[in-house]
Design a protein around this ligand. Structure first.
Ligand code: NZQ
Ligand code: ZN
Length: 390
């Protein structure tokens, strides 16, 4: 096992009707800004419930709606202005990954006075993290299980044709309310996205090379098997509470640092996927589903031991040669995504051979030239992966 630090301060409040805990979780006498997306929380009544709870104690409540999927820097800067003008001291994000990520950026930008007028520069720190002493404290009410943003300190912010990672040591939510019933209203395609995003977060921290991290491996395998077990059921029967609860908790545990502690991590699929979303506007998870199988085909030798472990333990493939088991596991992964209604080919999103130079140029401009767990995935190899994914 590799050396690691593990830190995660987020309090999770999980289950049916847990919104009633909100009054006890948000500081009294605070000036609270509720952030939300394009309107689903209004339409389905979640926002009203949140406001009713917050009004149970003395608080000034403000609202900022309109945070779009793949949240845009310009939109978030409007919220930063509001936070400064109204002296907001707590933010409550009500929504999916985009709202939670946007809120993390709002919190950072609002506290970095030395960056006033040049907030774009806050987008350039990536995984190193923005150095901050404090951010605006925030909690979340999750309406879409996918990103794990409710229990991590990362965010992905769109700026022009760039989709950039922003993080800071202070950007963990103070608390997150996870009520699976709040997710019942999601369209099927968003639930499928959530399953695939969680699956790929897990394998980016698992299908690398072995370091004998038994707990992390078994936990990752548990998440993957859970997703395979409940995937189709939770899409077809959204109000099956148990299936949905298992998805919600898997999504959170897939990217809260637990399974990634002490193991090599890849993230190449995400780095390529982010550029595909930025250029072509394809949903985050749908980009990943095209790049993952192609990566495993092109990088089979580098990942062979863990791919074999994945084949045997996750898909229970015991017959045939090792090579056959690995090939069969890759095929089964694709079939699983297809069973959720998610395609694994770039061409199904209208992306063709002619687009590859553009994608490679974009990755180069973002410094994505040494990807994967060993940092040995050059742009030439990424080109091969993109060709394989067509
Ligand atoms: O905007 P509204 O009207 O609320 O509608 C949203 C949005 O259109 C809708 N929705 C959310 N909850 C709903 C609902 N519709 C009906 N009922 C509900 N209960 O779903 C749509 C998509 O929402 P979004 O938040 O964009 O989706 P998701 O949670 O998949 O987040 C994707 C974003 O997270 C980033 C992605 O890059 C992307 O920008 N990621 C963040 C990560 C992190 N912070 O750790 C890691 C991920 O890998 C990912 O990169
Ligand atoms: Zn993701």
């Amino acid at each position: 096992m590799l050396n690691f630090k593990f830190y995660n301060p987020t309090e999770i409040v999980f289950g049916k009707g847990q919104m009633k805990q909100l009054d006890g979780l948000v500081p009294k006498n605070s000036r609270v800004l509720i952030t939300y997306g394009g309107g689903s929380v209004k339409k389905f009544g979640t926002l009203d419930k949140v406001i009713d709870e917050l009004k149970k104690s003395k608080r000034e409540v403000f609202e900022f709606g309109g945070i779009e999927p793949n949240p845009k820097f310009e939109t978030l800067m409007k919220a930063v202005k509001l936070v400064r003008e109204e002296k907001i001291d707590f933010i409550l994000a009500v929504g999916g990954g985009s709202v939670m990520d946007g809120t993390k950026f709002i919190g950072i930008a609002s506290c970095k006075d030395e960056y006033i007028g040049k907030e774009e520069e806050l987008l350039s720190f990536g995984f190193r993290g923005v150095p901050v002493e404090r951010t605006i404290p925030f909690g979340t009410v999750v309406t879409l299980p996918a990103t794990g943003s409710e229990m991590n300190n990362g965010a992905v912010i769109s700026h022009g044709k760039d989709k950039l990672v922003v993080s800071s040591s202070k950007s963990f939510p103070i608390f997150s309310i996870l009520d699976p019933e709040l997710t019942y209203t999601l369209p099927k395609t968003q639930i499928a996205n959530g399953i695939v995003d969680t699956f790929i977060h897990t394998v980016e921290q698992y299908v690398t090379y072995p370091v004998d991290a038994k707990f992390q491996d078994r936990t990752a395998e548990g998440i993957l098997q859970t997703l395979i077990e409940i995937g189709e059921e939770t899409i077809e029967n959204p109000t099956n509470y148990e299936a949905r609860a298992n998805l919600v908790w898997s999504a959170t545990m897939g990217l809260n640092g637990l399974i990634g502690a002490g193991v090599p991590q890849d993230w190449s699929v995400h780095m390529i996927g982010h550029d595909l979303t930025a250029i072509f506007g394809v949903d985050h998870a749908k980009t990943l589903a095209t790049i993952l199988p192609a990566t495993w085909k092109v990088r089979k030798a580098e990942k062979f031991e863990k791919l074999l472990q994945y084949a045997e333990r996750v898909w229970n493939l015991r017959e045939g040669s090792d090579e056959e088991k690995v090939d069969s596991a890759i095929k089964k992964t694709e079939e699983f995504f297809h069973s959720l209604g998610i395609t694994t080919k770039l061409s199904d999103h209208g992306i063709g051979e002619d687009d590859i130079d553009n994608i490679i140029g974009s990755l180069k401009s973002h410094g994505m030239v040494k990807l994967s767990e060993r940092g040995d995935q050059t742009l030439e190899i990424t080109r091969e992966i993109l060709e394989e994914a067509l």
